[in-house]
Design a protein around this ligand. Structure first.
Ligand code: NI
Length: 135
């Protein structure tokens, strides 16, 4: 583990109260971990917006009976093979499929893949969750 550095932060009392309440509801037991996570979250958003390398998951739900939806989704994934690490397919029920597509690559390309998948007719919902690629 890297060496920890202590530093002082001054905040308005009301803001600190809200922060403590917020992180308590999130399950944090101390401020240090919560503050470090918030800082990392901003760094990940910054890396993503500047096109740096991120990792993440695109999650989509679709009705596989819809015309051509499966082929279109496969075409898009084959066109983005360089940034797709793996894909998991779950048959949710008779009609609906859930796909979790793990990605790693430049933020702009990951965003374009997610946009392409969510705009396919028959896709009911899509999310992109982005996190650090570890560096
Ligand atoms: Ni299925």
């Amino acid at each position: 583990m890297k060496k920890l550095v202590r530093f002082g932060v001054s905040l308005e009392g009301e803001l600190l109260k809200k922060f403590d309440s917020f992180i308590g509801a999130e399950g944090y037991s101390n401020r240090s971990k919560a503050i470090a996570d918030l800082i990392r979250k901003e760094f990940v958003a910054d890396v993503f917006s500047k096109g740096g390398t991120v990792a993440g998951a695109v999650t989509i739900v679709y009705d596989h009976h819809k015309r051509e939806v499966v082929n279109k989704l496969l075409d898009i994934q084959h066109d983005h093979g360089r940034i797709i690490i793996s894909a998991q397919h779950v048959h949710l029920d008779h009609d609906n499929c859930l796909e979790i597509i793990a990605v790693k690559g430049p933020g702009a390309k990951v965003g374009k893949l997610a946009d392409a998948l969510k705009s396919v007719n028959g896709v009911k919902h899509a999310t992109l969750s982005v996190t650090t690629a570890g560096k």
